[in-house]
Every structure is written in structure tokens, then in C-alpha cells.
Design a protein around this ligand. Sequence first.
Ligand code: PRX
Length: 653
Amino acid sequence: MSQDHESLENLLSEDRTFPASAQFAAAANAQPDLYARAEKDRLAFWDEQAKSLQWDTPWNKTLDWQPPYAKWFIGGKLNASVNALDRHVSEGRGSRVAFHFEGEPGDTRTITYAELLTDVKKTANALIELGVKAGDRVAIYMPMIPEAAVAMLACARMGAPHSVVFGGFSADALLSRIQDADAKIVITADGGFRKGAAFALKPAVDEALKGKHNVEKVLVVQRTKQETAWTERDVWWHEIVGRQSSEHVAESFDSEHPLFILYTSGTTAKPKGIFHTTGGYLTQVAYTHKMVFDIKPETDVYWCTADVGWVTGHSYIVYGPLINGATQVMYEGTPDTPHKGRIFELIAKYGVTILYTAPTLIRTWMKWGDEFPQAHDLSSLRLLGSVGEPINPEAWMWYREVIGGNRCPIVDTWWQTETGAIMISPLPGVTATKPGSAMTALPGISAKVVDDNAVPVGKGHGGYLILDQPWPSMLRGIWGENERYKETYWSRFEGIYFAGDGAKLDNDGAIWLLGRVDDVMNVSGHRISTTEVESALVSHEAVAEAAVVGAADAMTGQGIVAFVILRGGIEHADGEELNKALRNHVTKEIGAIAKPRQILIVNELPKTRSGKIMRRLLKDVAENRVVGDATTLADPNVMKLISEGLQSAKSED
Ligand code: PRX
């Protein structure tokens, strides 16, 4: 760890600060007393937040904490979909727009809360007809279309936990997630539109279901109208949903009833099924959405550019914003189709006031040039958010100046699939922000930076980010893997949640996130485990051994670099061809997001005497640095051999 510590300590100092305008501060949802109120009585504070939801039965105990297992709002009963939809309609907000949907080809749909509720009720009835009951798991594998949100809310309405699998994952990745959660139904689409063309999704479902599973039905939304193979278990969404009644009385579920499972990469090859329950999760997503994004549902137009396949889409497109009655933009496609100003054009078209996006997209916009945002009227924007990876001060400043016209506060929000909701972030109107810092834990949350012995570090020092108090939206476990849950999050520091991130406290006590300290990479804000990519590589017939590292990448944060030893008899000469084959193989095994940027074919890998691969040294090579201390290597010559024997082949795409 000494090496890591050095880099943690060795950080830039940034002393620019940006307080919000007095006008913003005066009207902000969050006022400075929020911190003191939470500090005074944390549980009473969360009780107060939970009361903003509609409960059918009130809870009788706020928290039951048996580390590492928490239960929140015990005895309470509620329905997630009622909170997101019925409540608005019955209180007279049914005609408010929930989604302005924009398809990539330019087709649009305006969906009000009343219409969304009807769609969700009909879909719930369709799921009942297909045999889904409370507690059954439903896999959702969809493009970014309104039906994805409808499907999630219909599952929630029936108490059937959903497991959304990002549409960019491969058939193999889908199958392993279907198996792990033992899904009964898969909801998908024929395909979607991306980069100016239709892509297919249904064939990946068909391919996945050639494996072992207990899936009884596949419900298929017709999005692209492309030719689609059909089997007996397939049902068209428009046929079955179309003929359902629009009446559906929602049942109340226990506060701790599972709401969803969402798979995320860990340090092993097998993804972890992070599972969340209802009352605590909804409380914290609604609270954070209201305070961090300062949402004023009557006037704001909010746009989170995430995909529903990631936790950001769950918490800040589906549950948080809908509970708060927000009007949102939902966009199906990529930011460069049909032109590089697409996002800005849509901001102007819909009068977006709050934009929540990822540093990787901000850096891409910087690269494309200021002329794209400048060609559109972005004056409606009043607040900007960032999530998924550390945002470098340069990108932060560009976001502020070019997108936000120097008038919008920026909220850099730190959280994880596991935390369910935002944990560390400025409060707009309260916090004077610093470019590149997520600042401090939100009211109600306790985060610390500690050393190897769990002792909090002083100001100006670096260490590990931990969360030392339970929070309402925390994961309740890893689906079916209790031991792994304890081992992964609660064993590094006994009884304390270790997030896997390094962080530094600056001289004012603000938190600066420094990225992962484990074997997890962050590529364009997406978590990918080094081991997962390694095991995909070694499953190729040409590969004997593989080591993968995340190397710094100016655009995507990190890029995947793989070092591969070939099996005997495989010719090195066809490196180019083989390189391509290996990269395609990873795409097939996991998905395009895990495709290595670079594959280096080597004869040896640096290992310690106990056989552990020293990724740190490989990272030095991948980042073109002088290779660090190699004295603990079993064979100290190995790094020399690697450097000499490199047959690097850069990717073409
Ligand atoms: O390393 C941190 C990084 O993303 C990880 C969580 O990834 P995931 O579960 O996929 O959720 C992403 C969206 C919430 C964290 O462990 N991360 C997330 N937000 C930030 C961040 N790193 C720095 N700054 C952030 N704002």
C-alpha cells in the first residue's frame, strides 16, 4: 500500500472556489441549517425525509442495524410505483409532462404522469397474465425508450424485483445475470437506434436463452420494426399490453421488500448482484434528488443523460425524479448523432434547466470544440451535475464556463451502485464549490478518509474513503452471496463500509476522489473489473495467460490495456489479426464497453514470488512511465523482457 499512499498524498492543490449567487441561495431547496438538523439527530432527520413519501402503513422503528445488515423504516408499507405515479395523478398533477422522449431518428413522444400511470398499470396487468407474482425476478434488457421505465415501474408496482441489464452487454453477460437472479421473464425490444442505425437486441436474448435458465416468457417491445426471429415463448408488448385493463390496484409492500437487483463489476470475474429494497432507497433517492438538484417540479426541465441500465438511470431517471414529480428529457441515442450538437440542440428545444451527465462526455465535448454548444441557446440551464468518475478541474471549468455560462452551480456527485443514492456532493446554494471536488458528505451521511488502520487522516492527507454509519439507500447485500457481501465491503476495516475508492482531504476538509484503489477500472464512468476482462481473454483458445490494467486515458478516464501470453504454437507474426480477434472475443464475452483499448502480446508477466501479478508495473508500461520498483518480482528480468518483447498493436477503432 505504500506506493498507493504516495500517489494519494501527492496531489494537486486547487484553491479556486465558486459560491452560488445570492439569488440562487435564497431560493434553494437546501438551506444551510440542513447540516445542523441532520447532525443533531441523524435518525430523526431520516424520519423527516421518509415522511415525504406516501406510506400505507407507517413504520414503527427507523433503523435496525446489525452490522453489516441494516433495515430501515421497519414495519412501514408502501408501493414504489404509487409514490412515483398514482400520487401525482390523485393530487391533480396528472397532466404534467413526465417525459419528453426524443428518439435518435428524431421521433418524439410527450408522456404525462397520467399517461405513464396508465401504461404502467396495463403493463402490470400484462405481467400478471404472463404469470409474474410478487417476489419473482424480471430481467429487463432494453434500449433507452420510455418502455424501459414503464417496465421497471410495473415490476415495482407488483413487488417483482427487476434486474436491468444494460443493452450494451453481450448475450453471455445477459445469460449469467438471468441465471444468477433466476429471472422468470425477460423484457426486451426488437432493437433500438444508435449512431444513425437500428441495432438488434432480441437476437442477444435468443442467444442467451440457449443456455440453462427458468425464463418462461420474453416480452418484446417493437421499437425498430426490424425483422425478428420468433419463438413460442415470445410475446409482443403492444399485443399483450395493448389489450389490458387500465385498472390496477397496487399492493403495499414492506419497506424492506426487494425493489431491484443491479449487477456491477467487482474484483473477481463474477459480477455482483447488488440488491436494494424499497422504503430506505426511495427515501434517499427522493431526498437527494430534491436537495442536490434543487428540483422545482413546476418549472424545471431535468435531464439526466444516463442509461437505465446503470444505477444513475435507476435512481435519477426513474425513481428520484418521478417521486418528486419532475419533468424530464429522455434521449435514446448518442450525443454525436446526427451531429455533435445534438445534446445542446435538445437542451434548447426543451428548455432544460438541470443537466446531469458524466465527465467523459464533458471531455468529449471539449475535444469536439466550443462551436457546438455555442451554436445553441443554453440560457435555460441553471444547474449542472457530474457523476461516475473524478472530474478533472479543467473539464469542470469548461463545463462551468461553456455549458453553464458561468452562472450555474456544479454538483459533482459521488456515489455507487451499492450506495443507491448520492452520498457526497455540494448542496447548490449552500456549498462554495471547488473545481474537481465532490466537497462533503450530504446531511444525514457520514463519510471519512482513513489510513490503513481506519484512523481518520488529517486535513491535507490522503487515504481510503469509508462510510461509517448506515444510510437508508445502502445495498442490503449481494444477491445470494452473503459471505461475499461481508468480505467485499466490510472486511477491509471491520464493520465499516469500504467503498473501494481513494480520496484526499484538502486543507478545508473537502473530499477529493482519486479513483479506485482495487482492481476495478473506470472506463467512461463504467465499472469494469480487471479480472473479468482477464477471464474473458483466457477463454480464447489462443491465450494462455492475461493481465489487464486500467491506464490513464485523457478522454475515457481509464482505458483497458491487456497483456497477453499466447499458448504454445500460436504465431506471433499474425499479431494484427489476433489482436482484433481477441478484442472481438472480449466484446462477445462481456460487451463492447469492455473491449481493450490495446493488447500487448508478451512472453512473460511480472509476478511476485507468491505468483501474484504485479499490475502496478504493467500500469507503468501502459502509461509509458519508467517502470517502478520491481525488486519483489520472482524474476527481476521480466520487466526488461516485456519492454523488449512488446508487440504492441493499437486498436483501430
Ligand atoms: O470510483 C467511484 C466512481 O464510480 C464508482 C461507482 O461506480 P458505479 O457503481 O458504476 O456507479 C456510478 C454512478 C454512481 C465509485 O466507486 N465515481 C462515481 N461518482 C464519482 C466517482 N468518482 C469520483 N467522483 C465522482 N463524482
